[in-house]
Design a protein around this ligand. Sequence first.
Ligand SMILES: *[C@@H]1O[C@H](CO)[C@@H](O)[C@H](O)[C@H]1NC(C)=O
Ligand SMILES: *[C@@H]1O[C@H](CO)[C@@H](O)[C@H](O)[C@H]1NC(C)=O
Ligand SMILES: *[C@@H]1O[C@H](CO)[C@@H](O)[C@H](O)[C@H]1NC(C)=O
Ligand SMILES: *[C@@H]1O[C@H](CO)[C@@H](O)[C@H](O)[C@H]1NC(C)=O
Ligand SMILES: *[C@@H]1O[C@H](CO)[C@@H](O)[C@H](O)[C@H]1NC(C)=O
Length: 480
Amino acid sequence: MNKKPFLIVLGLALVFEGAQCQEREVFVALGSVAVLPCVDETSAVSHPTAVYWSRIVGNALKTVWRREKSGLEFRPVRNPPRANCPVPNFGKADYSLHIAEITFEDGGKYICEVEGKTRMTKLINLRVVKASLSPAVVVEGSRIEATCHVSPGTQSIKFNWKRNGSSASRMSRASISSVSQRDAGTWTCQVSYNGRVVEATTSLEVKGIIIPQDEFSVVYADVGSSVSLPCVFTDGLIPNTVIWNRTSTTSNAHVPLPASFEASAGPSASAAIQRVEDGDEGMYTCSGMMSGLNGERIKVQRKMELVVSRVLRSSSSSGNGPVTLTCNLSNSDQITSYEWLRVTYGPNDTQTVTSVQKTKSFRIQESTEKNAGEWVCRYYRNEELLGNATYHLLVMGAVKSENSSSGNKTALVMGLGFMFLVIFLILFQMYRNYRRKRKILLYPAMETIVHQAATEREQRERCRGKMAEACVGEPKTVCV
Ligand SMILES: *[C@@H]1O[C@H](CO)[C@@H](O)[C@H](O)[C@H]1NC(C)=O
Ligand SMILES: *[C@@H]1O[C@H](CO)[C@@H](O)[C@H](O)[C@H]1NC(C)=O
Ligand SMILES: *[C@@H]1O[C@H](CO)[C@@H](O)[C@H](O)[C@H]1NC(C)=O
Ligand SMILES: *[C@@H]1O[C@H](CO)[C@@H](O)[C@H](O)[C@H]1NC(C)=O
Ligand SMILES: *[C@@H]1O[C@H](CO)[C@@H](O)[C@H](O)[C@H]1NC(C)=O
C-alpha cells in the first residue's frame, strides 16, 4: 500500500520537470472551504483507474485521499472527514480535492496523481490566510495590533487591511494606538496575488460608549422644549461611576447643571433637560469608568455641546407696526441656512406649514390679527434639518385667536385685579408718607416741641403710677 507514495517521492524531481506538471498556488481564508484543482484539461487520462491525493510533509508523503483501481476509497481517520474528492466529478475529468474548515496548519504542498491510459500529476501549493487582532476585545482608547498571516508565507503578495469598508493599512501588520467605536466591527485582510484577491476577516469588539459614537457631538434645542443627551455604555461599566459635567463653551469653567437636568442610572446614563432655558447652552460631558482586560480602570467619555435656539423679536414702532423676528442660536458655526415658516391650524387641529422666506431674520410687515400665531424658524446644515425655533406672535385684539383656556383668562383677570389693588395700596402709602414729610419740612421746630411735650406727658404718667422713691434718682423729672 505504501509503495506508491514512496515511488512518488523518488520520482518527484523527475516528474515535476515534465511539461505535464505545473505548480499551482491556491490562497484560501482560514475556516473556508479550499478546492485544490486537479483537472484533466486535455482529457488525456480517460477512464482513470486510480486517484491519489497526498501532502508533502517534510520529506515524506501523507495520503490525504485515495481511490484505488478497485474503487475502494481511503481517507485519513477523522470524523467527520474534511477532505473529499467528489467521485461524480470524475466524469467531467475533475479530480479536485475539497477541504472544509481550513486550518492554519493545512497550508503546504499537495500532490494530485491520476492514473488512466496516461498519468497526470499536479502539484498544488495551498496558502492559508489568517486575519487576527490582538486583543480582539478592548476598551476604547486602548491599543490594538492587526496581523495578517499567510501560511506558508511568500514574497509575491500584496496586503491591504480594510476596516469597515475603507483601507486602513497596506502592511501585513498594522496597529492603532487609540481605538474608537468607529473601529469596532469587521476587519478584513485582503491578500492579492497574480490579480486574484482573497479576504480573511476577523472582528473587533470595542467596549465603551456606543451612543453617541463620536467623542464630540452637537445637540440643538429650542428654548422651552425638552432635549435628550444620549450616553449609552456597553457592558463592562463599573457601576455608579457615571458623572455628568457641564462647562461653559466660552470659558471652559465648570458651571452647574440646569435645574431640570435629569440623568438616568446604569449602562444607559442618558440625560434629559425637561425644559431648556436661555443660558442652558454649554458643553455637557458624560464620563464613566470601564474595567479593562486586566481589571484596570479606564475612563471613557463623550462631550456634547448643547446649542440653544430662540427667536428674538424687535419692533421699530409700537402698535401694529412691522416686527422683525431673528433666529438666534447660542452657536451658529454649523448652520448653513435658515427657513421661516408660517404654521396655521385648521379644524380638527390640522397643521398647515407654509415656507415664507429663507433668511436668518424675517420681517413681518404688520402685527395684525392676520399675522398673529405661530412662526417657526428651521435651521439646517447642508440640507440636513438640525432643529427649529418657534415664536408666537401676540397681537392686541387678537387675544381671542390665542389658545388660552377660559380658566387661564379668569386667573389673568384676578391676577390683574390683585396687581392693581397692590399698586393702589403702595401709592396710597407713598402719598401718606409724602404728606407727613411735607408737614415736617414746613414746621421742623414744631415737630420737636410736639415730640418733647409728648415725652414729658408720658413720664409724668409713669411717675404717678409708681412710689415716690422710685423717682428720686431722676433729678430732671419732677413729680407733681
Ligand atoms: C462604518 O462606517 C460608516 C460610515 O463611515 C459608519 O456610519 C458606521 O457607523 C461604521 N460602522 C461601524 C461599526 O463603526
Ligand atoms: C467632572 O467634575 C468633577 C468635579 O469638578 C471632576 O472631578 C471630573 O473630573 C469632571 N469630569 C469631567 C469629565 O470633566
Ligand atoms: C445671537 O446669538 C449670539 C451667539 O451665537 C450672540 O452673541 C448674539 O448676541 C445674539 N444676538 C442677539 C441680537 O442677541
Ligand atoms: C374632523 O374630524 C371629524 C371626525 O373625526 C370628521 O368627521 C370631520 O370631517 C373632520 N373635519 C375636517 C375639516 O377634517
Ligand atoms: C419643530 O421641531 C419639533 C421637534 O423636533 C417638531 O415636533 C415640530 O414638528 C417642528 N416644527 C416644524 C414646523 O418643523
